[in-house]
Design a protein around this ligand. Structure first.
Ligand code: SF4
Length: 362
């Protein structure tokens, strides 16, 4: 192993300090009420790239609707996406359901309790596998995410760039060395909680920190320099034109995205990537005709909407329009009354369009 940073650590004392602090100070979160591996799985997937405060109401709603492996495995995907709506990163919901279906069909609805089987489930990466195995089953498996890498970088003064995928392996090896065998759940959750509440990205609360005496960054006054994280590239800007296109009955045309790729399976108002410039309206009309054989008169621009994904920024120019010929039958294209739009899953950027239509601000 390349890193020996942990060998300077008084492992037992560190574990005790961390675990005792976690046991007395941890937040009362809904997924900590029991050790149901399914619920821990759902919570960990929701918590990826999303803040705890945001996740709580979604988690409660999701678990009320799908309280068991069986309930989620048997649900139709559209209902799952609708329940997830607003949380973003929808591939997480689809992968979660596929993984849960595998558990239902292959393992009699019992989430596997070993690394080999659990790691093969759809959407279960090393972090989620480690979290479920350690928290639900008490297995000595590390659960290393960005928060844990930040905490360990500081405590052990590790300078590797945490934005690089290979660095995670280094931290997993270290976490495996220092994990408390008897109390794996409390240890892993303690590291996560410390990262969330004390050893925060900016201005860590070192004076209140339960493991301050073990922290090499604090000893050297370097806590604000770590972790070492290289800057991500700014997201690519994609200009798009989107149409709120109606028929004679005043229903609105919507399109279902393909089952693969970004926002797979969600509904949207038909839209296309366009080139910059003043002719977006014409580009929209042309693409509607070429791609969907929809002939429409595109009218005024209603508003502009921006939405940022991890690597992508959509700049949506939203237009209104009216079809002037019958629309061909396609399973991914339909007209719906405005008051039925909210029964279908739409990405956040298009929910803003729905709100605009419903409020009559178009
Ligand atoms: Fe983080 Fe400060 Fe605690 Fe070190 S002493 S682990 S930098 S909060």
């Amino acid at each position: 192993m390349k890193h020996y940073a942990w060998t300077h650590l008084d492992k037992e004392k560190f574990q005790n300090n961390l675990i005792r602090w976690f046991e007395s100070e941890h937040r009362d979160l809904p997924w900590r009420k029991d050790r149901d591996p399914y619920k821990i799985w759902v919570s960990e997937v929701m918590l990826q790239q999303t803040r705890v405060d945001t996740v709580i109401p979604y988690f409660e709603r999701f678990i009320n609707r799908f309280p068991t492996v069986k309930a989620l495995a048997e649900a139709d995907e559209e209902t799952v996406l609708k329940t997830w709506e607003g949380l973003g990163y929808y591939s997480r919901a689809r992968n979660l359901q596929q993984g849960v279906r595998e558990v239902h069909d292959k393992y009699g609805a019992k989430v596997p309790d070993n690394k080999r089987d659990i790691s093969r489930l759809k959407g279960v990466g090393p972090y989620t596998a480690g979290a479920i195995l350690s928290i639900a089953y008490g297995k000595a498996e590390p659960a290393v995410d960005g928060n844990v890498m930040r905490v360990l970088s500081r405590i052990l003064l590790i300078e590797d760039d945490i934005a690089k995928p290979k660095t995670r392996k280094i931290f997993e090896e270290i976490a495996t060395e220092i994990i408390s065998e008897g109390k794996t759940s409390e240890f892993n959750q303690g590291l996560m909680e410390l990262g969330a509440m004390v050893c925060t990205p900016k201005s860590p609360k070192c004076l209140l920190c339960p493991v301050q005496e073990h922290c090499q960054a604090f000893a050297k006054g370097r806590q604000d320099e770590l972790p070492n994280k290289s800057r991500k590239k700014p997201p690519k800007v994609v200009p798009m034109a989107v149409g709120v296109v109606r028929n004679e009955q005043d229903e609105v045309l919507i399109h279902r995205r393909p089952q693969q790729g970004l926002l797979a399976g969600m509904w949207e108002f038909p839209g296309f990537e366009v080139s910059r410039g003043d002719n977006k309206k014409e580009q929209l009309a042309k693409q509607l005709k070429e791609v969907y054989k929809v002939v429409a008169d595109i009218d005024i621009r209603l508003r502009n909407i921006q939405h940022v994904f991890t690597h992508l920024k959509w700049e949506l120019a939203v237009y209104q329009g009216k079809v002037n010929r019958p629309v061909p039958e396609r399973s991914d294209l339909k007209f719906v009354p405005v008051d039925e739009l909210e029964n279908l899953p739409f990405p956040v950027s298009h929910q803003k369009i729905i709100q605009m239509i419903q409020e009559g601000t178009e």
